[in-house]
Write a protein that binds this ligand. Structure first.
Ligand code: SAM
Ligand code: SF4
Length: 398
Protein backbone atom coordinates (compact mmCIF):
# COMPACT_ATOMS: atom_id res chain seq x y z
CA UNK A 1 0.00 0.00 0.00
CA UNK A 2 1.36 3.41 -0.91
CA UNK A 3 0.86 6.56 1.13
CA UNK A 4 0.08 9.18 -1.43
CA UNK A 5 0.84 12.72 -0.47
CA UNK A 6 0.15 13.94 -3.95
CA UNK A 7 -3.61 13.46 -3.89
CA UNK A 8 -5.03 16.90 -4.37
CA UNK A 9 -8.14 18.57 -3.07
CA UNK A 10 -9.98 18.20 -6.33
CA UNK A 11 -9.53 14.43 -6.17
CA UNK A 12 -10.95 14.27 -2.65
CA UNK A 13 -13.92 16.53 -3.51
CA UNK A 14 -14.66 14.55 -6.67
CA UNK A 15 -14.85 11.28 -4.74
CA UNK A 16 -16.95 12.74 -1.91
CA UNK A 17 -19.36 14.09 -4.50
CA UNK A 18 -19.67 10.65 -6.00
CA UNK A 19 -20.46 9.10 -2.65
CA UNK A 20 -23.02 11.78 -1.76
CA UNK A 21 -24.70 11.40 -5.15
CA UNK A 22 -25.14 7.72 -4.47
CA UNK A 23 -26.56 8.41 -0.98
CA UNK A 24 -28.90 11.19 -2.10
CA UNK A 25 -30.21 9.13 -4.98
CA UNK A 26 -30.80 6.37 -2.42
CA UNK A 27 -29.07 3.88 -4.65
CA UNK A 28 -29.51 1.18 -2.07
CA UNK A 29 -28.61 -1.56 -4.47
CA UNK A 30 -25.10 -0.17 -4.73
CA UNK A 31 -24.84 0.69 -1.07
CA UNK A 32 -25.97 -2.72 0.09
CA UNK A 33 -23.26 -4.40 -1.92
CA UNK A 34 -20.55 -2.50 -0.11
CA UNK A 35 -19.38 -4.41 2.89
CA UNK A 36 -17.81 -2.71 5.86
CA UNK A 37 -14.27 -3.45 4.84
CA UNK A 38 -14.80 -1.89 1.44
CA UNK A 39 -16.35 1.18 3.01
CA UNK A 40 -13.27 1.62 5.17
CA UNK A 41 -11.02 1.17 2.15
CA UNK A 42 -13.13 3.53 0.12
CA UNK A 43 -13.15 6.24 2.79
CA UNK A 44 -9.42 5.80 3.18
CA UNK A 45 -9.05 6.47 -0.55
CA UNK A 46 -11.33 9.44 -0.71
CA UNK A 47 -9.96 11.03 2.42
CA UNK A 48 -6.66 11.06 0.62
CA UNK A 49 -4.68 9.01 3.10
CA UNK A 50 -4.20 5.89 1.10
CA UNK A 51 -4.23 5.11 -2.55
CA UNK A 52 -3.86 1.48 -3.41
CA UNK A 53 -4.91 -0.89 -6.14
CA UNK A 54 -7.38 -2.47 -3.75
CA UNK A 55 -9.07 0.83 -2.96
CA UNK A 56 -9.27 1.90 -6.58
CA UNK A 57 -10.64 -1.47 -7.67
CA UNK A 58 -13.15 -1.33 -4.83
CA UNK A 59 -14.39 2.02 -6.16
CA UNK A 60 -14.52 0.67 -9.75
CA UNK A 61 -16.48 -2.42 -8.75
CA UNK A 62 -19.10 -0.56 -6.73
CA UNK A 63 -19.46 2.69 -8.66
CA UNK A 64 -18.22 1.74 -12.15
CA UNK A 65 -16.35 4.97 -12.36
CA UNK A 66 -12.71 6.00 -12.06
CA UNK A 67 -10.93 9.21 -12.89
CA UNK A 68 -7.94 9.45 -15.19
CA UNK A 69 -5.35 9.25 -12.39
CA UNK A 70 -6.92 6.16 -10.90
CA UNK A 71 -6.98 4.44 -14.30
CA UNK A 72 -3.36 5.44 -14.79
CA UNK A 73 -2.49 3.99 -11.39
CA UNK A 74 -4.01 0.64 -12.37
CA UNK A 75 -2.34 0.68 -15.79
CA UNK A 76 1.03 1.16 -14.09
CA UNK A 77 0.42 -1.51 -11.42
CA UNK A 78 2.69 -4.51 -11.95
CA UNK A 79 0.65 -6.92 -9.88
CA UNK A 80 -2.32 -7.60 -12.14
CA UNK A 81 -3.80 -10.61 -10.33
CA UNK A 82 -6.48 -8.71 -8.45
CA UNK A 83 -7.53 -6.66 -11.49
CA UNK A 84 -7.99 -9.71 -13.71
CA UNK A 85 -9.71 -11.65 -10.94
CA UNK A 86 -12.21 -8.84 -10.34
CA UNK A 87 -12.83 -8.26 -14.07
CA UNK A 88 -13.58 -11.96 -14.50
CA UNK A 89 -15.90 -11.92 -11.50
CA UNK A 90 -17.80 -8.85 -12.73
CA UNK A 91 -18.02 -10.35 -16.22
CA UNK A 92 -19.64 -13.46 -14.77
CA UNK A 93 -22.04 -11.41 -12.66
CA UNK A 94 -23.23 -9.09 -15.45
CA UNK A 95 -22.95 -10.98 -18.74
CA UNK A 96 -22.64 -14.55 -17.53
CA UNK A 97 -20.57 -17.47 -18.74
CA UNK A 98 -21.88 -17.43 -22.30
CA UNK A 99 -19.51 -16.40 -25.08
CA UNK A 100 -20.96 -14.73 -28.16
CA UNK A 101 -19.44 -15.71 -31.47
CA UNK A 102 -19.31 -13.33 -34.46
CA UNK A 103 -18.27 -14.76 -37.81
CA UNK A 104 -15.72 -12.44 -39.40
CA UNK A 105 -15.92 -12.10 -43.19
CA UNK A 106 -12.96 -10.14 -44.56
CA UNK A 107 -14.44 -9.31 -47.94
CA UNK A 108 -11.92 -6.88 -49.45
CA UNK A 109 -8.34 -5.88 -48.68
CA UNK A 110 -8.38 -2.86 -50.99
CA UNK A 111 -8.08 0.39 -49.10
CA UNK A 112 -7.91 4.02 -50.11
CA UNK A 113 -6.36 4.96 -46.74
CA UNK A 114 -2.76 4.94 -45.70
CA UNK A 115 -2.80 4.29 -41.95
CA UNK A 116 0.85 4.00 -41.04
CA UNK A 117 0.38 0.87 -38.92
CA UNK A 118 -1.75 -1.27 -41.25
CA UNK A 119 -0.69 -3.85 -43.83
CA UNK A 120 -3.76 -3.08 -45.98
CA UNK A 121 -2.68 0.54 -46.49
CA UNK A 122 -2.92 1.82 -50.04
CA UNK A 123 0.84 2.19 -50.47
CA UNK A 124 1.68 -1.39 -49.49
CA UNK A 125 2.35 -2.47 -53.06
CA UNK A 126 3.60 -5.89 -51.95
CA UNK A 127 0.14 -7.00 -50.87
CA UNK A 128 -1.86 -9.15 -53.29
CA UNK A 129 -5.29 -7.53 -53.40
CA UNK A 130 -8.67 -9.25 -53.59
CA UNK A 131 -12.30 -8.28 -53.30
CA UNK A 132 -15.35 -10.51 -53.20
CA UNK A 133 -18.45 -10.02 -55.30
CA UNK A 134 -21.67 -9.39 -53.37
CA UNK A 135 -23.07 -12.86 -54.18
CA UNK A 136 -19.91 -14.42 -52.71
CA UNK A 137 -20.21 -12.37 -49.50
CA UNK A 138 -23.82 -13.49 -49.13
CA UNK A 139 -22.77 -17.10 -49.75
CA UNK A 140 -20.13 -16.83 -46.98
CA UNK A 141 -22.78 -15.42 -44.63
CA UNK A 142 -25.02 -18.41 -45.45
CA UNK A 143 -22.09 -20.75 -44.68
CA UNK A 144 -21.57 -18.95 -41.38
CA UNK A 145 -25.24 -19.46 -40.55
CA UNK A 146 -24.91 -23.15 -41.43
CA UNK A 147 -22.11 -23.27 -38.84
CA UNK A 148 -24.59 -21.89 -36.30
CA UNK A 149 -23.29 -18.34 -36.15
CA UNK A 150 -25.95 -15.74 -35.32
CA UNK A 151 -23.88 -12.70 -36.32
CA UNK A 152 -21.59 -11.88 -39.21
CA UNK A 153 -19.07 -9.04 -39.15
CA UNK A 154 -18.45 -7.70 -42.65
CA UNK A 155 -15.00 -6.13 -42.59
CA UNK A 156 -12.84 -4.55 -45.29
CA UNK A 157 -10.45 -1.78 -46.11
CA UNK A 158 -12.15 1.39 -47.28
CA UNK A 159 -13.01 0.17 -50.74
CA UNK A 160 -15.17 2.45 -52.95
CA UNK A 161 -15.99 -0.53 -55.19
CA UNK A 162 -18.77 -1.28 -52.71
CA UNK A 163 -21.16 1.53 -53.52
CA UNK A 164 -24.03 2.31 -51.19
CA UNK A 165 -26.33 0.37 -53.50
CA UNK A 166 -24.09 -2.71 -53.42
CA UNK A 167 -23.79 -2.56 -49.61
CA UNK A 168 -27.55 -2.15 -49.21
CA UNK A 169 -28.16 -5.22 -51.37
CA UNK A 170 -25.61 -7.28 -49.44
CA UNK A 171 -27.03 -6.22 -46.06
CA UNK A 172 -30.68 -6.89 -46.99
CA UNK A 173 -29.84 -10.29 -48.46
CA UNK A 174 -27.95 -11.32 -45.31
CA UNK A 175 -30.67 -9.96 -43.04
CA UNK A 176 -33.22 -12.10 -44.88
CA UNK A 177 -31.23 -15.11 -43.58
CA UNK A 178 -32.05 -13.95 -40.03
CA UNK A 179 -28.47 -13.08 -39.19
CA UNK A 180 -27.34 -10.03 -37.23
CA UNK A 181 -25.12 -7.80 -39.36
CA UNK A 182 -22.15 -5.90 -38.02
CA UNK A 183 -20.28 -3.60 -40.38
CA UNK A 184 -16.63 -2.67 -40.04
CA UNK A 185 -15.89 -0.79 -43.23
CA UNK A 186 -14.48 2.49 -41.99
CA UNK A 187 -15.41 6.13 -42.23
CA UNK A 188 -18.53 6.99 -44.23
CA UNK A 189 -20.94 9.91 -44.54
CA UNK A 190 -24.05 10.20 -42.37
CA UNK A 191 -26.18 9.33 -45.42
CA UNK A 192 -24.21 6.18 -46.09
CA UNK A 193 -24.42 5.03 -42.47
CA UNK A 194 -28.15 5.78 -42.61
CA UNK A 195 -28.66 3.79 -45.79
CA UNK A 196 -26.90 0.73 -44.32
CA UNK A 197 -28.93 1.05 -41.14
CA UNK A 198 -32.19 1.31 -43.09
CA UNK A 199 -31.22 -1.87 -44.93
CA UNK A 200 -31.01 -3.65 -41.60
CA UNK A 201 -27.41 -3.35 -40.37
CA UNK A 202 -27.47 -3.78 -36.60
CA UNK A 203 -24.00 -2.90 -35.37
CA UNK A 204 -21.09 -0.83 -36.56
CA UNK A 205 -17.51 -1.27 -35.48
CA UNK A 206 -15.21 1.72 -35.83
CA UNK A 207 -12.25 1.84 -33.51
CA UNK A 208 -11.16 5.28 -32.43
CA UNK A 209 -7.63 3.78 -32.35
CA UNK A 210 -6.33 6.55 -30.05
CA UNK A 211 -7.92 9.74 -28.72
CA UNK A 212 -4.60 11.56 -28.77
CA UNK A 213 -5.22 13.89 -31.71
CA UNK A 214 -1.53 14.53 -32.43
CA UNK A 215 -0.79 10.82 -32.49
CA UNK A 216 -3.96 9.99 -34.44
CA UNK A 217 -3.33 12.58 -37.11
CA UNK A 218 0.29 11.48 -37.43
CA UNK A 219 -0.57 7.80 -37.84
CA UNK A 220 -3.52 8.38 -40.16
CA UNK A 221 -2.47 10.70 -42.99
CA UNK A 222 -5.34 12.59 -44.64
CA UNK A 223 -7.64 11.52 -41.81
CA UNK A 224 -8.33 13.30 -38.56
CA UNK A 225 -9.54 12.43 -35.09
CA UNK A 226 -12.40 14.93 -35.23
CA UNK A 227 -13.97 13.19 -38.20
CA UNK A 228 -13.47 9.75 -36.63
CA UNK A 229 -15.31 10.95 -33.52
CA UNK A 230 -18.05 12.47 -35.67
CA UNK A 231 -18.53 9.12 -37.43
CA UNK A 232 -18.96 7.40 -34.06
CA UNK A 233 -21.53 10.06 -33.11
CA UNK A 234 -23.46 9.37 -36.35
CA UNK A 235 -23.40 5.64 -35.70
CA UNK A 236 -24.75 6.18 -32.21
CA UNK A 237 -27.41 8.61 -33.42
CA UNK A 238 -28.64 6.14 -36.04
CA UNK A 239 -29.32 3.51 -33.37
CA UNK A 240 -26.61 1.04 -34.27
CA UNK A 241 -24.98 -0.90 -31.48
CA UNK A 242 -21.75 1.02 -31.28
CA UNK A 243 -18.48 -0.86 -31.34
CA UNK A 244 -15.28 1.06 -30.91
CA UNK A 245 -11.91 0.51 -29.32
CA UNK A 246 -8.24 1.19 -29.49
CA UNK A 247 -4.92 -0.29 -30.42
CA UNK A 248 -2.54 -0.72 -27.53
CA UNK A 249 1.20 -0.27 -27.93
CA UNK A 250 1.16 2.20 -30.80
CA UNK A 251 4.45 4.02 -31.26
CA UNK A 252 4.30 7.26 -29.33
CA UNK A 253 1.29 6.18 -27.24
CA UNK A 254 1.52 6.88 -23.52
CA UNK A 255 -0.30 5.27 -20.61
CA UNK A 256 -1.92 8.62 -19.92
CA UNK A 257 -3.37 8.68 -23.41
CA UNK A 258 -4.69 5.12 -22.92
CA UNK A 259 -6.36 6.26 -19.67
CA UNK A 260 -8.07 9.03 -21.67
CA UNK A 261 -9.11 6.51 -24.36
CA UNK A 262 -10.82 4.41 -21.69
CA UNK A 263 -12.73 7.45 -20.45
CA UNK A 264 -13.70 8.31 -24.03
CA UNK A 265 -15.14 4.82 -24.64
CA UNK A 266 -17.10 5.13 -21.41
CA UNK A 267 -18.38 8.58 -22.34
CA UNK A 268 -19.99 7.34 -25.59
CA UNK A 269 -20.84 4.80 -24.00
CA UNK A 270 -19.91 2.01 -26.41
CA UNK A 271 -21.88 -1.24 -26.54
CA UNK A 272 -18.77 -3.12 -27.57
CA UNK A 273 -15.13 -2.32 -26.91
CA UNK A 274 -12.53 -4.02 -29.10
CA UNK A 275 -9.05 -3.71 -27.68
CA UNK A 276 -6.18 -5.07 -29.73
CA UNK A 277 -2.43 -4.98 -29.33
CA UNK A 278 -0.60 -3.17 -32.11
CA UNK A 279 1.51 -5.65 -34.07
CA UNK A 280 4.36 -4.35 -36.16
CA UNK A 281 4.10 -4.94 -39.93
CA UNK A 282 7.40 -4.74 -41.84
CA UNK A 283 5.75 -3.40 -45.03
CA UNK A 284 4.58 -0.23 -43.32
CA UNK A 285 6.45 3.00 -42.57
CA UNK A 286 6.41 2.32 -38.82
CA UNK A 287 9.79 1.36 -37.54
CA UNK A 288 10.03 -1.45 -35.01
CA UNK A 289 12.21 0.76 -32.83
CA UNK A 290 9.48 3.34 -32.37
CA UNK A 291 7.08 0.87 -30.74
CA UNK A 292 6.80 2.45 -27.32
CA UNK A 293 5.80 -0.55 -25.23
CA UNK A 294 7.21 -3.50 -27.15
CA UNK A 295 4.83 -6.24 -28.21
CA UNK A 296 5.28 -8.31 -25.04
CA UNK A 297 4.05 -5.42 -23.03
CA UNK A 298 1.24 -4.73 -25.52
CA UNK A 299 -0.33 -8.10 -24.70
CA UNK A 300 -0.40 -7.53 -20.95
CA UNK A 301 -1.42 -3.91 -21.37
CA UNK A 302 -4.30 -4.84 -23.70
CA UNK A 303 -5.54 -7.28 -21.06
CA UNK A 304 -5.40 -4.55 -18.44
CA UNK A 305 -7.39 -2.17 -20.67
CA UNK A 306 -10.05 -4.84 -21.28
CA UNK A 307 -10.27 -5.60 -17.56
CA UNK A 308 -10.64 -1.93 -16.62
CA UNK A 309 -13.34 -1.47 -19.26
CA UNK A 310 -15.22 -4.46 -17.84
CA UNK A 311 -15.20 -2.85 -14.38
CA UNK A 312 -16.31 0.52 -15.72
CA UNK A 313 -18.96 -0.81 -18.14
CA UNK A 314 -19.90 -4.24 -16.77
CA UNK A 315 -22.72 -4.88 -19.25
CA UNK A 316 -20.87 -4.29 -22.55
CA UNK A 317 -19.52 -6.83 -25.01
CA UNK A 318 -15.75 -7.17 -25.05
CA UNK A 319 -14.12 -9.37 -27.68
CA UNK A 320 -11.08 -11.47 -27.00
CA UNK A 321 -9.39 -10.14 -30.13
CA UNK A 322 -7.61 -12.30 -32.67
CA UNK A 323 -4.46 -10.18 -32.40
CA UNK A 324 -4.15 -11.35 -28.77
CA UNK A 325 -3.70 -14.90 -30.02
CA UNK A 326 -0.99 -13.83 -32.45
CA UNK A 327 1.07 -12.70 -29.46
CA UNK A 328 0.18 -15.60 -27.18
CA UNK A 329 -1.09 -19.05 -28.24
CA UNK A 330 -3.66 -18.92 -25.43
CA UNK A 331 -4.34 -15.20 -25.95
CA UNK A 332 -8.09 -15.38 -26.52
CA UNK A 333 -8.71 -17.73 -23.60
CA UNK A 334 -6.65 -15.52 -21.31
CA UNK A 335 -8.67 -12.51 -22.47
CA UNK A 336 -11.94 -14.40 -21.89
CA UNK A 337 -10.80 -14.90 -18.30
CA UNK A 338 -9.87 -11.25 -17.84
CA UNK A 339 -13.17 -9.61 -18.73
CA UNK A 340 -13.91 -10.54 -22.36
CA UNK A 341 -17.12 -12.33 -23.46
CA UNK A 342 -17.00 -12.35 -27.29
CA UNK A 343 -14.86 -14.08 -29.93
CA UNK A 344 -14.78 -13.29 -33.65
CA UNK A 345 -13.66 -16.46 -35.45
CA UNK A 346 -12.64 -16.15 -39.08
CA UNK A 347 -15.30 -17.09 -41.64
CA UNK A 348 -13.45 -15.78 -44.68
CA UNK A 349 -12.87 -18.35 -47.43
CA UNK A 350 -9.53 -19.99 -46.62
CA UNK A 351 -7.77 -18.99 -49.88
CA UNK A 352 -8.22 -15.27 -49.12
CA UNK A 353 -7.24 -15.27 -45.46
CA UNK A 354 -3.51 -14.80 -45.96
CA UNK A 355 -4.09 -11.71 -48.11
CA UNK A 356 -6.02 -9.90 -45.38
CA UNK A 357 -2.71 -9.22 -43.74
CA UNK A 358 -3.35 -6.30 -41.39
CA UNK A 359 -0.34 -7.54 -39.41
CA UNK A 360 1.88 -10.60 -39.80
CA UNK A 361 1.35 -13.82 -37.88
CA UNK A 362 -2.45 -13.88 -38.13
CA UNK A 363 -3.92 -17.10 -36.81
CA UNK A 364 -6.10 -19.72 -38.57
CA UNK A 365 -4.84 -18.87 -42.08
CA UNK A 366 -5.14 -22.45 -43.32
CA UNK A 367 -8.33 -23.42 -41.54
CA UNK A 368 -11.88 -23.64 -42.85
CA UNK A 369 -14.91 -21.86 -41.42
CA UNK A 370 -16.26 -25.19 -40.11
CA UNK A 371 -12.97 -26.05 -38.43
CA UNK A 372 -12.62 -22.63 -36.77
CA UNK A 373 -16.17 -22.92 -35.40
CA UNK A 374 -15.48 -26.39 -34.00
CA UNK A 375 -12.07 -25.40 -32.60
CA UNK A 376 -13.24 -22.27 -30.80
CA UNK A 377 -16.19 -24.04 -29.20
CA UNK A 378 -13.86 -26.66 -27.74
CA UNK A 379 -11.49 -24.00 -26.47
CA UNK A 380 -14.36 -22.14 -24.83
CA UNK A 381 -15.60 -25.35 -23.17
CA UNK A 382 -12.08 -26.02 -21.88
CA UNK A 383 -12.40 -22.99 -19.58
CA UNK A 384 -15.89 -23.98 -18.40
CA UNK A 385 -17.67 -21.45 -20.54
CA UNK A 386 -20.19 -22.07 -23.32
CA UNK A 387 -21.17 -20.67 -26.71
CA UNK A 388 -24.27 -18.52 -26.55
CA UNK A 389 -27.39 -19.47 -28.45
CA UNK A 390 -28.61 -15.90 -28.64
CA UNK A 391 -27.83 -12.96 -30.88
CA UNK A 392 -25.61 -11.35 -28.29
CA UNK A 393 -26.93 -7.80 -28.17
CA UNK A 394 -25.51 -5.58 -25.49
CA UNK A 395 -27.43 -6.32 -22.28
CA UNK A 396 -27.97 -2.71 -21.28
CA UNK A 397 -29.46 -1.48 -24.55
CA UNK A 398 -31.68 -4.41 -25.53
N1 SAM B 1 -10.84 -0.23 -42.51
C1 SAM B 1 -11.66 -0.33 -41.38
C2 SAM B 1 -11.17 0.56 -40.26
O1 SAM B 1 -10.04 0.97 -40.28
O2 SAM B 1 -11.97 0.83 -39.37
C3 SAM B 1 -11.80 -1.76 -40.86
C4 SAM B 1 -10.67 -2.68 -41.14
S1 SAM B 1 -9.20 -2.33 -40.20
C5 SAM B 1 -8.09 -3.47 -40.86
C6 SAM B 1 -9.64 -3.06 -38.62
C7 SAM B 1 -8.72 -2.71 -37.48
O3 SAM B 1 -7.44 -3.29 -37.67
C8 SAM B 1 -8.40 -1.25 -37.26
O4 SAM B 1 -9.43 -0.60 -36.59
C9 SAM B 1 -7.11 -1.32 -36.44
O5 SAM B 1 -7.36 -1.13 -35.06
C10 SAM B 1 -6.61 -2.76 -36.67
N2 SAM B 1 -5.20 -2.76 -37.12
C11 SAM B 1 -4.69 -2.16 -38.20
N3 SAM B 1 -3.35 -2.36 -38.25
C12 SAM B 1 -3.00 -3.09 -37.16
C13 SAM B 1 -1.77 -3.61 -36.65
N4 SAM B 1 -0.62 -3.40 -37.26
N5 SAM B 1 -1.81 -4.29 -35.49
C14 SAM B 1 -2.98 -4.55 -34.87
N6 SAM B 1 -4.18 -4.09 -35.31
C15 SAM B 1 -4.19 -3.38 -36.45
FE1 SF4 C 1 -7.44 0.93 -44.36
FE2 SF4 C 1 -8.58 0.33 -42.01
FE3 SF4 C 1 -6.06 -0.43 -42.59
FE4 SF4 C 1 -6.56 2.14 -42.17
S1 SF4 C 1 -6.79 0.46 -40.66
S2 SF4 C 1 -5.32 1.28 -43.86
S3 SF4 C 1 -8.60 2.32 -43.04
S4 SF4 C 1 -7.91 -1.12 -43.58
Amino acid sequence: MIIANHINKQYIIENYLLLFTVYFNKNLEILETINNFNVICFFATISGHMISTKNILSKAIHFHTLNKNEILYILKEKNTKMLFYMANKIRKEYVGDEVHLRALIEFSNYCIRNCLYCGLRKDNYRLVRYRLEPWKIIELAQKAKNCNYKTVVLQSGEDPYYTTKKMKDIISAIKSLDIVVTLSIGEKTFNEYEAYRNSGADRYLLRIETTNSILYNKLNPEMNLKNRMKCIEYIKKLGYEVGSGIMVGLPGQTLESIAKDILYLKSIPVDMAGIGPFIYHPNTPISLKTNSHGTNNAFELSLKVMAILRLLMPWINIPATTAMETLNTQGRLIALQSGANVVMPNATETIYRKYYEIYPGKICLKDSTQYCRFCIENKIKSINRYVSNGKGFCKKTK
